[in-house]
Design a protein around this ligand. Structure first.
Ligand SMILES: [Zn+2]
Length: 409
């Protein structure tokens, strides 16, 4: 029995069979929490006899779910063996999709990457063909990996926009009224599928493996083509009633009559976002401003070109536009700080590549506009996981979700 099966219900319906199954689950749970343990430690923790635990651990060893780490040192007398979860007994797949590319990573149960492919070209379109191509890319990735598919416990896919993770619907991409998207993708991949909002997954990635130390109340800003936040309160991801929390970019705060991508006028994104940066850059050129970032007639200019222009070329216009946006961003973030009083604000997304060009204006605007007491209470950090953050978050989310039956006992 592999770990994936062990997470489910006992196939033996007798009382003793079910008890034995639960005992084995409890051993796995203890080893996942403790890292490693001796038979005597597990026996004391689970209040079960040493011979019983020895028998169960031996079964888990034979199945490949547990490994013998060798004898422990510095103990008098007979030295007992130390046992741990076998890192390769279960794997978790994380996928992040954006408008023009997708990233995939496969982690083992110890959160170590077996492989990760970032920014594979993929045009996200709301069509059946695009959905099939998306599923094929994931299936190919699994086939080409060194991992047997039956050891993959589940997959988490991050999309931008409105995601109802509980019911498995994505409202911005591949929306189907009749069936949850998780069900449709699961049929294609033959794996349990979980959907997540991209900014929320990024927040969780930083929380599990990134800049977060012991902070428990965190706002992660995903400042990219669009703008959204992921929130962690008391160490848990915050979803709101149906999972639509964090849509900071669609707060209608400007009287500018500019139409947002969501259809409303004057959203924050209409002046502060990757797509508005592109419009601001083009408008500045039309007004006669000069830039080293060459814009040919047919060029599909991206906000990343302007960010690179500021960082790599120190282009005056690029620097002017990104610092102006970042200062405005700081002003509106200060509203969130006053409301949430977080321990930590993480600046993530493509704009975090700007380093101090973004961080300094944000920091100074936060100082100026947020309440001193709130600002003094909070740390400001830049995301450190770069483009991997979403995939890491997805792997951590699906791992937590799939292992949750163990921790509910
Ligand atoms: Zn909007």
């Amino acid at each position: 029995m592999n770990l994936k099966d062990l997470l489910g219900n006992s196939k033996d319906n007798t009382l003793s069979g079910q008890k034995w199954h639960m005992l084995r689950q409890s051993i796995v749970k203890h080893l996942l929490s403790a890292g490693n343990a001796t038979i005597a430690e597990i026996s004391s923790e689970l209040q079960s006899s040493v011979p019983t635990i020895t028998k169960a651990v031996n079964e888990l060893l034979v199945e490949g779910n547990v490994v013998d780490m060798g004898k422990i040192s510095n103990s008098g007398g007979r030295r007992p063996s130390l046992y741990s979860i076998n890192p390769t007994c279960a794997f978790f797949l994380g996928v992040e999709v954006s408008r023009t590319n997708m990233s995939i990573g496969l982690q083992n149960i110890k959160n170590e990457f077996i492989s990760i492919d970032l920014r594979i070209p993929f045009a996200l379109k709301n069509s059946q063909e695009s959905l099939l191509e998306f599923c094929n890319l994931i299936n190919n990735y699994i086939e080409e990996s060194s991992v047997e598919k039956e050891l993959i416990v589940g997959i988490c896919i991050n999309f931008s926009g409105r995601i109802n993770s509980m019911e498995g619907f994505s409202y911005n991409y591949f929306f189907s009224e009749n069936r949850p998207l998780t069900e449709i993708i699961s049929e294609q991949l033959n794996l349990p599928v979980h959907l997540e909002n991209d900014s929320r997954a990024m927040a969780f990635g930083e929380y599990c493996e990134g800049v977060v130390d012991d902070e428990q109340n965190i706002i992660f800003l995903n400042y990219s083509w669009g703008v959204a936040i992921g929130m962690i309160t008391d160490g848990k991801l915050y979803y709101g009633k149906s999972g639509y929390s964090g849509e900071f970019g669609h707060s209608t705060i400007f009287d500018n009559e500019i139409m947002c991508q969501c259809g409303k006028l004057g959203c924050l994104e209409t002046e502060i976002s990757g797509w508005s940066l592109v419009n601001q850059f083009k408008a500045a050129l039309e007004q006669g401003k000069q830039s080293k970032v060459v814009l040919s007639e047919n060029s599909d200019l991206q906000h990343l070109d302007i960010i690179a222009g500021a960082v790599n070329l120190e282009d005056g216009l690029c620097v002017e536009l990104v610092t102006k946006q970042s200062e405005k961003m700081g002003r509106y973030l200060s509203i969130l700080l006053n409301i949430f009083n977080p321990d930590l604000l993480v600046i993530g997304g493509d704009f975090s590549q700007l380093g101090e060009y973004a961080l300094l204006p944000i920091q100074s605007a936060l100082k100026k506009h947020s309440l001193g007491l709130v600002n003094r209470d909070m740390k400001l950090k830049k995301s450190t996981l770069g483009h991997r953050v979403g995939v890491i978050g997805a792997c951590c989310i699906v791992k937590e979700k799939m292992l949750s039956p163990l921790f509910k006992q």
